[in-house]
Design a protein around this ligand. Structure first.
Ligand SMILES: C[S@@+](CC[C@H](N)C(=O)[O-])C[C@H]1O[C@@H](n2cnc3c(N)ncnc32)[C@H](O)[C@@H]1O
Length: 229
């Protein structure tokens, strides 16, 4: 089990039922069972190959009877009345938004969402905030030199984030996290490069975007200085 999935698992509440969307190898539901999870567990995937891999993993662990395997797109794979937790890990931020967008039933405070975007986490945070989800927790995991965000969210709250926090997660939630300075350094480097590229292109069209980049960059630098203080 890699550190990314362990971090996801550490944010999962042990409730009455859970769907792991895009389960692939099925490691997450298997590990939850090993840790004593007793709720209803769905492992779903849109492709039959990964779902078969999940069935095989469960058989090897002797746990195949404890998991409901579903070949399904997104949240179509479960009965909403039987789950209280939705896990979507290891997909792009925009794919996760698409899955949530197509399942209006998840916009209900009874569901806890544990989400782990591989890319475009800013798109996911923006979607959550604009659809009245509250971001309850943010965490970071590092695996093979790559930093991953893990978010816990629930419908029916309000989260305010500065522009730069869309890219990093909430500064107040991540302040003091051992991986947060590294994440800020990477984002500062990225935004500096984008800013330099835009300056080199310098047309009237790019000047508006350049101003936004500068705002994000100065917020990131402020957050970085706050971590050092
Ligand atoms: C990279 S794997 C992630 C596996 C595991 N969740 C993890 O975090 O290690 C992504 C999986 O999501 C599945 N997937 C992609 N889009 C999906 C969708 N709309 N509904 C269900 N599964 C999907 C893919 O088939 C693939 O098996």
């Amino acid at each position: 089990m890699n550190k990314r999935l362990l971090c996801v698992i550490s944010h999962i509440p042990f409730g009455t039922g859970l769907i792991d969307v895009g389960t692939d190898h099925g490691y997450l539901p298997i590990e939850l069972l090993r840790r004593g999870y007793r709720g209803c567990l769905y492992a779903s995937d849109i492709r039959s190959g990964p779902l078969q891999a999940a069935v095989r993993s469960a058989q090897e662990a002797g746990l195949e009877d404890c998991i409901e395997f579903r070949l399904a797109d997104g949240l179509d794979g479960c009965d909403p009345d039987t789950v209280d937790t939705i896990v979507i890990a290891g997909m792009g931020g925009d794919t996760i938004c698409g899955i949530l967008d197509r399942a209006e039933w998840c916009m209900d405070p009874r569901y806890t969402l544990v989400l782990q975007p591989m890319t475009r986490a800013e798109v996911l945070r923006y979607w959550l905030i604009n659809n009245e989800f509250e971001i309850l927790e943010e965490d970071l995991a590092e695996d093979a030199g790559i930093l991953y965000s893990v978010l816990k969210a629930r419908f029916g709250g309000c989260t305010r984030l500065k522009e730069a926090e869309l890219y990093t997660g909430s500064c107040s939630m991540l302040h003091g996290h051992s991986l947060f300075p590294g994440l800020l350094d990477r984002q500062i480097h990225r935004f500096r490069q984008m800013q330099q590229g835009m300056e080199a292109a310098a047309t009237r069209e790019t000047s508006g975007r350049s101003a936004i980049l500068l705002t994000v960059l100065s917020q990131l630098e402020e957050m970085r200085a706050h971590e050092d203080a």
